[in-house]
Ligand binder design. Structure first.
Ligand SMILES: [Zn+2]
Length: 497
């Protein structure tokens, strides 16, 4: 079996993935974690070695790497200087630890060794002192996966371990580690590695490998890896594999089915000008080019998020994904923050909904349709404000007057067919009674047609009532009264015909 493995290794091409070739070997090479690194180095220099270290932070940030470098530094024959002992001149301890062959550094995966029995085994083993180095180091990865009883068993061991024992715990989920464990560890929080740092590292690697690379393309890789160096290296290797010595944005887009900013800008501009046919045809074009529906939604959501950030004064390229100047002027002019928030809502809802949908494409097209009249969409607070303004303009102190109006009036208003908003306020007011109104009408009719003595007064009034339900003296028979028109003009997106 061992022979076979050896043969397989020998037969494999001399290719090493970037992640393993460029994995940091010293603390100084650990990118983007300067604060943690300087603290660990200081504690090593001063000789204050803790019994237990807890390294937490997002995946791909270098926790396990730091744990190994720490283990090596502790056992390096040349002293605790932060592990500069590398390469062919490395001491024996460093060399065996680097190879993973040391009996003094034991790596345990917390996810698969999470039972109380696994921890008991560790408890028994710690009684044996280290063989070659000064310390026996246990690195437990994903320590939050340990069961509650395993944590309890571990607690006793880390409280009073033999002086030569050091535990290094690593976890992506610090909140799942019990407080009793945390309080007995020296804690280090690793951060997400910034886009700029990742881009710099990739640039250096390109220079070393003699690969030409566009800045934008490396930036894209760095951004896509969301703070994880490991993800960045994996994606970088994938891109290198089809780039033939030259990494270009357009090639990445084509090979990996990614929508470029130009397309997203064009789409947003189609929405800004309410050009629905164009929005639909762009959608079809993008999907036909092999972009998955989910990906399109993610990219669109990312794009509208960037517009929202830009609208709110954020100009950092690493947050926006692109240089601020590359975003569509027209889209930025047309959509304000409220509209952009709504666009994000539409897209995030769409992403959630496609999982249970008859057709993901229908969901997407509905979202596209909604986005194409985004500039006319009104939020509830805006509508409320507009209604308030209407009330103020029409001089009504409170809206409850409307609900107090007599039932007859409300009925006639509904039969009228016009929206309640366009009703004359006097008619819908509650402070004038029906009989008052009636008397007023009769008086008005008398003044107008006083000569018509043949028909009884009540008949005229009745006819008048029939032909013009709920008469309004100030309002023209057709068209919107000027006050209401003014109010309507305050409501964004209202079309006054
Ligand atoms: Zn060494």
């Amino acid at each position: 079996m061992a022979e076979m493995t050896e043969k397989t290794v020998l037969a494999a091409p001399a290719y090493e993935v970037t992640a393993s070739k460029y994995r940091p070997k010293t603390f100084d090479e650990l990118a983007g974690q300067e604060f943690v690194v300087s603290t660990i180095k200081n504690s090593l220099k001063s000789g204050h070695i803790a019994h237990a270290y807890l390294l937490s932070g997002p995946r791909g940030g270098g926790k396990t790497r730091a744990a190994r470098i720490l283990a090596r530094s502790l056992n390096c024959e040349r002293g605790l200087d932060g592990g500069l002992c590398t390469g062919s001149e490395a001491c024996d301890n460093c060399r065996t630890i680097t190879k993973g062959a040391s009996m003094d550094v034991l790596e345990i995966d917390g996810a698969s060794n999470n039972s109380v029995n696994d921890v008991r085994q560790i408890k028994d083993e710690v009684l044996f002192p280290p063989q070659a180095g000064k310390y026996k180091v246990y690195i437990i990865d994903e320590v939050h996966m340990l069961s509650a009883s395993a944590f309890n068993a571990l607690l006793k061991t880390i409280e009073e371990p033999p002086p030569y024992i050091v535990f290094i715990f690593a976890t992506t989920e610090l909140h799942k580690v019990p407080a009793t464990i945390k309080s007995r560890c020296q804690q280090f929080n690793f951060r997400l590695i910034s886009v700029e740092t990742i881009q710099e590292i990739l640039k250096k690697i390109c220079a070393e490998k003699g690969i030409a690379a566009e800045d934008d393309a490396l930036f894209w890789i760095a951004r896509e890896s969301t703070g994880s160096m490991r993800d960045a290296f994996t994606l970088f290797d994938q891109v290198v594999s089809f780039s033939a010595g030259s990494i270009r944005s357009d090639l990445i887009r084509e090979k990996l089915g990614i929508i470029g900013l130009e397309k997203l800008n064009a789409f947003a501009e189609a929405c800004a000008s309410e050009d629905r046919p164009l929005a639909f045809s762009l959608t079809d074009e993008i999907l036909s080019s092999g972009v998955a529906i989910e990906q399109f939604i993610i990219d669109l959501a990312g794009f509208f998020r960037s517009l929202l950030l830009l609208k709110n004064g954020v100009t950092r390229e690493s947050l926006l994904g692109y240089r601020p100047s590359l975003f569509s002027e027209k889209a930025l002019e047309t959509f304000d923050s409220i509209r952009l928030e709504h666009a994000l809502d539409i897209l995030l809802d769409c992403y959630r909904d496609i999982r249970y949908s008859v057709s993901p494409r229908f969901e997407l097209e509905t979202a596209v349709s909604k986005l194409s009249w985004l500039s006319r969409w009104i939020s509830r607070p805006e509508l409320r404000e507009a209604v308030e303004n209407t009330r103020n303009l029409l001089g009504k102190p409170n809206l409850s007057a409307f609900s107090q109006q007599p039932a007859v009036m409300r009925q006639s208003a509904a039969a009228d067919g016009r929206p309640a908003q366009s009703q004359n306020p006097e008619r819908s007011s509650g402070d004038r009674s029906l009989s008052d109104e009636f008397k007023r009408m009769v008086a008005a009719k008398d003044a107008d047609e006083g000569s018509d003595e043949d028909t009884p007064l009540w008949d005229k009034t009745l006819r008048e009532k029939k032909s013009e339900p709920a008469v309004n003296q100030n309002q023209p028979a057709d068209g919107i009264p000027p006050q209401v028109e003014r109010v309507l003009s305050l409501i964004p997106g209202t079309i006054i015909e």
